[in-house]
Design a protein around this ligand. Structure first.
Ligand code: 5GP
Ligand code: MG
Length: 179
């Protein structure tokens, strides 16, 4: 197998092999199956990065469930304070629903923090977070992550949905940028 990949001229080394990713997803799905059996949860996949994780996780859910996809866009605000964010694609009725946010990575946690605040305005019955990857050393928000695939150091990752300037999402393993 290929333990190194090159994208846009940079080299990445395999960090989490495909089989480990699939095994961990199965474990998370098993927990969700136990905890949500009668709740018809609504999975909210965060595009683009989480599309593969959301799909593979969802395939293992063995009771009634729904899925929808949203996107958190950030654009430079006119104020000097910087980023203004918005949630795109939230066109399902989520009031009273049991939500499971499916995210690729929680890094600083800014995105997740923002998303939680936005979802809360629509009065869901409950909200839990499933993230495939978590970088604990980068976290700067108070967040409770319910399902975490892998804890990793604060390095740049690609693969399994994660991109480097558009490339690498199709890789089945997760790779880390070589120093
Ligand atoms: P946060 O708001 O938690 O700082 O960042 C969350 C988003 O940043 C993730 O959903 C992901 O899109 C992006 N991100 C954070 N770390 C990485 C990384 O190592 N590689 C890639 N490709 N994206 C990342
Ligand atoms: Mg993401």
């Amino acid at each position: 197998m290929n333990h190194e990949v090159s994208l846009h001229g940079k080299t990445f080394t395999e960090l989490i092999p495909a089989a480990q990713i699939q095994q961990r997803i199965l474990e998370i799905a098993t927990e969700i199956n136990r905890e949500y059996a009668k709740m018809k949860p609504l999975f909210l996949g965060v595009l683009n990065g989480a599309f593969l994780f959301a799909a593979d996780l969802f395939k293992h859910v063995n009771h009634d469930c729904e899925i929808s996809f949203i996107r958190v866009s950030s654009y430079a605000g006119t104020e000097t304070t910087g980023q203004v964010k918005s949630v795109i694609g939230l066109n399902m009725e989520i009031e009273g629903r049991h939500l499971i946010i499916v995210e690729d990575i929680v890094d600083t946690g800014d995105t997740m923090n923002f998303l939680l605040n936005e979802l809360d305005k629509h009065k869901p019955a409950s909200v839990r977070i499933a993230t495939l990857v978590f970088k604990p050393d980068a976290l700067r928000n108070q967040l409770n992550l319910d399902y975490v695939g892998f804890r990793v150091p604060t390095d740049f990752l690609v693969g399994y949905g994660l991109d480097y300037d558009g490339l690498g999402r199709n890789l089945n393993s997760i790779y880390v940028l070589k120093p």
